[in-house]
Each structure stands twice: as structure tokens, then as C-alpha cells.
Design a protein around this ligand. Sequence first.
Ligand SMILES: [Cu+2]
Length: 90
Amino acid sequence: MREFAVSGNSFAFSPSSLVVNQNDLVKITFTAQDQPHSFSIDEYRIVKRAGAGQTVTFEFRADRSGPFTFYCSLSQDAKCKDMKGTLTVK
Ligand SMILES: [Cu+2]
């Protein structure tokens, strides 16, 4: 199990780079600090939304290799589309 705590704040993810090995079970604790944000990865069909000040925890099996972009899919604030990070599955 690979565990990461990721925060979304001021339209940025921290950390913005996650690296795991293929087939790792990945557990992410995602906190939206300032306003609602989501942690989304299209290729893994992940869309996890957290309200302001809230945390969501989820797990997935990193069974596909490659770099993947994670991003905030919420549209209430246009700057959310600038929130991006990279999940590397090697
Ligand atoms: Cu957002």
C-alpha cells in the first residue's frame, strides 16, 4: 500500500507529483483546504470531490502504467482548470 496525503489549495495540488509502481494499491487522502476541489484521473475513472475544509480518502489499484494527469474537475471557479498534477505509474 502506497499512501499519500494530497491537498488542494490556492488552485494547486500539493504534492503535485506522485510516483508509484505498477500494481501498487494506492491510498490517497485528499483535502480541499480553501474551497471545494476534486481529485480526478480520467484513465482510472476517479472523480473524488471534497468540500471546503473536507477530506476524502480512497484507494485504487495502479494497474495501468504511464504518466497520468490528475486535475480538479470542478467548474464553479474557472481557475480550477489550472489545478494539475502527475501520477507516474512505473
Ligand atoms: Cu478546484
